[in-house]
Design a protein around this ligand. Structure first.
Ligand SMILES: C[S@@+](CC[C@H](N)C(=O)[O-])C[C@H]1O[C@@H](n2cnc3c(N)ncnc32)[C@H](O)[C@@H]1O
Length: 682
């Protein structure tokens, strides 16, 4: 993503960059030397003492000596090495062979194996990772370090802290940046949290029951009811992950044939309750499925009320997924069951507005902006993408991959597309995190919005229906797994609904995210580290001579035509807002952040300029920037205006009128804007 030119630019000294490069290189060297070697046994007392001390330090907010980080002008940022992706495990637990800590080999992915471990120490929770010591699950085993990188929380809870027994799928045993041996988890689905075994015991007894079927069924019902009560109590205390886990456990038993025949309402109650929790957890696919599964279809008063509640939950899930027609159908059903229901009517009114926005691009931006605030930076609005299509970009020069094309004529100033973010993280939100990533493939050090990557992964894990459209986006890394397919539905439901390759998401975010910043568009003082992913707009390619420009209203990205766009034209915008007039800086930035060389008409003209002319233009542009920073246009004196005019003229003089015919003078942009504002004022 493009860091904005203002506060989001991360300054780093060359020594600091060198230190990061060296740390990563030394680790890689050590890993390749040790690869395949036997693991060294740890002393369990020392290991536990080390983790306990580090955990205390982390709780006190002290810098962790074990964690790579760097100091920049924006404070201390974590450092993450990227560019060494490996696929997540695609097999269910039952297809993996068990192993023990003593079988681990250094710097090895133990494919086809699983490792059951038990937490042995407090958890050390750091900004971009958390770690702990673990024993073999069976008594008397070895002890080892286990680290979860970046994707360390689920529903706001640290995964390692959320339970004490885990199974690691296809364990990756490697070194930390400081050279310490560790089991390392990158893909959340490779760490399976083991819940209470009671549900499995009950399931086994149900399957085996032959003689005392009634007794076993009664015990199962009792267990499912206890799960429901436990879930309700957790929900009351706002412990959503626990409530979800308890309802899920109860459902496992209540959905068994034998139980659902004797007491079908038990599974319905659990589903209805879990739908509510899923809505709160933003797990919309499951919320919708649960709400539908809970419907009784009966006509007595009580059942009608329960079904009305279920339709409401299904409607909310569909609405939040942007499926407005589907949501409309659910709320209409609700209104049939409970005719006076105000909530359903309010949603139906909102849906009419959403459908109008979606179909006609008719947005009331003033109203949308007025509804935004620091605590509510996300717009309640639909996406309008109807006048666009995605297809191969067949323009001259190097391949651009796919691009976004207009399917209708758009006048200058008209909205081409208006899209709700798939995911956005504002700088002031807890989820926001910028890290310095060192890419081992090209040695590049970049400021990356890893908080956004983390949120995208969480959203995909909770909403499998969204995986395909996000994973279809462009990224350098195609992902691993069977047949090179980045994601695949899991066969074992209890292990989670989907596998998400986090390295692929990182690649997608790197090449497709934009920074909406925090400005007049209603988001108050959101810090500039804000970043978001807009799936449809992400197909638009770059040009330094664009025909559309971006603006934001909260998390709505609006692409507006800056010149007439005819049906069939490719929609192009400048990736770097306020594209730099410095030709070489602009090319460098496009290559570093987006990985391509621009071949637009402006770049071609600038490539043909004499280096001395480019240098002169750059100096004048810097002078102009300094002038604009110094002199406010409001109330500018005559002499300042004359100076600005002279600067604009000098910059214009560096452009060859013939070769630059019809092309923008980027270097003169700031000074011309200043002059326009000063002129308006007079
Ligand atoms: C946000 S995506 C745009 C959609 C992308 N072309 C696709 O196929 O999905 C950004 C990537 O598109 C490519 N791209 C965008 N503009 C380009 C241009 N003017 N010339 C060459 N490649 C471009 C680069 O690979 C860049 O990293």
């Amino acid at each position: 993503m493009t860091p904005r030119h203002d506060e989001n630019t991360v300054f780093m000294t060359e020594q600091e960059a060198e230190r990061i490069r060296n740390t990563v290189k030394i680790r890689l060297q050590r890993c390749s030397e040790l690869a395949g070697h036997a693991r060294e046994t740890r002393d369990s007392k020392d290991a536990i003492r080390q983790a306990t001390g580090a955990s205390l330090m982390a709780d006190m907010g002290a810098a962790d000596p074990d964690s790579a980080q760097t100091k920049t002008q924006r404070g201390t940022l974590p450092v993450i090495a990227v560019g060494q992706p490996y696929p997540p495990c695609m097999l269910p637990l039952r297809d993996l062979q068990p192993m023990k800590l003593s079988n681990l080999r250094m710097d090895t992915h133990h494919r086809g194996r699983r490792l059951a471990v038990k937490r042995a120490s407090p958890v050390v929770t750091l900004v971009a990772r958390s770690w702990t010591m673990v024993f073999d699950e069976e008594e008397g085993g070895e002890i080892e370090r286990l680290e979860v990188c970046l994707h360390k929380t689920r529903h706001g809870q640290d995964i390692l802290e959320s339970a004490s027994v885990f199974v690691i799928k296809e364990p990756y045993f490697t070194l930390t940046d400081q050279g310490e041996a560790t089991l390392r988890i990158d893909h959340p689905s490779d760490l399976v949290v083991c819940q209470d075994e009671t549900a499995n015991d009950i399931l086994a007894s149900l399957n085996e029951a032959k003689d005392d079927v009634d007794g076993v069924t009664a015990a199962a019902e009792k267990f499912a009811r206890a799960c429901k009560d436990h879930g309700n109590a957790a929900l009351e205390k706002q412990n959503l992950p626990l409530a979800h886990a308890k309802y899920t456990e109860g459902l496992k038993v209540a959905r068994q044939n034998i139980v659902s025949k004797s007491n079908p309402d038990l599974a319905r109650d659990l589903s209805r309750n879990r739908a509510h929790v899923n809505l709160l957890l933003n797990q919309l696919d499951e919320a919708k499925a649960d709400a539908k599964a809970s419907l009784t279809g009966r006509q007595d008063q009580r059942s009608r009320e329960l079904d009305s509640k279920a339709y409401f939950r299904a409607g909310c899930a569909a609405y939040n997924l942007g499926a407005y027609q589907e949501a409309k159908a659910f709320f209409e059903e609700q209104r049939k069951l409970t005719p006076g229901n105000e909530a359903a009517s309010a949603y139906l009114r909102k849906i009419e507005t959403r459908l109008h926005e979606q179909e006609n691009g008719a947005f009331n931006f003033q109203k949308i902006r007025a509804g935004l605030s620091r605590s509510r930076p996300r717009a309640d609005a639909a996406s309008f993408v109807g006048g666009t299509e995605v297809r191969e970009s067949r323009l001259p020069g190097r391949g651009r991959g796919r691009g976004l094309f207009a399917t209708r004529d758009v006048a200058a100033g008209e909205v081409v597309l208006c899209e709700k973010a798939f995911c956005v993280v504002w700088g002031h939100e807890m989820e926001a995190l910028t890290a310095m990533t060192y890419d081992v493939r090209d040695g590049g050090i970049r400021a990356s919005p890893v908080g956004l990557t983390r949120s995208v992964v969480q959203k995909l894990l909770g909403n499998p229906s969204q995986v395909k459209r996000v994973m279809d986006l462009y990224g350098d890394y195609q992902g691993g797994g069977n047949d090179n397919v980045p994601t695949k539905m899991r066969p074992a439901e209890e292990e989670g609904p989907v596998v998400v390759d986090v390295f692929r998401v990182h690649g997608i975010v790197s090449r497709n995210a934009f920074g909406p910043g925090g400005d007049e568009n209603g988001v108050g003082s959101s810090s500039s580290a804000s970043a978001g992913l807009w799936v449809r707009a992400a197909y638009a390619n770059h040009s330094c001579v664009p025909n559309a420009e971006k603006e934001y209203a909260g998390d709505l990205l609006v692409l507006r035509a800056t010149q007439p766009i005819a049906a069939g034209d490719e929609i192009l915008h400048a990736y770097h807002d306020g594209s730099s007039g410095d030709y070489s800086a602009r090319r460098r930035a496009l290559m570093t952040t987006w990985g391509f060389e621009c071949d637009c008409a402006l770049c071609a003209a600038e490539a043909a300029d004499d280096p001395a002319v480019l240098k002169r233009r750059k100096e004048l542009a810097e002078e102009a920037d300094a002038f604009v920073g110094r002199e406010h246009w409001a109330g500018a004196k005559r002499v300042a205006v004359a100076r600005a005019k002279r600067l604009a003229r000098d910059i214009e003089g560096t452009y060859d009128g013939e070769r630059y015919e019809g092309l923008p003078r980027l270097a003169a942009r700031t000074i011309l804007e200043w002059l326009a504002l000063a002129g308006q004022r007079r």
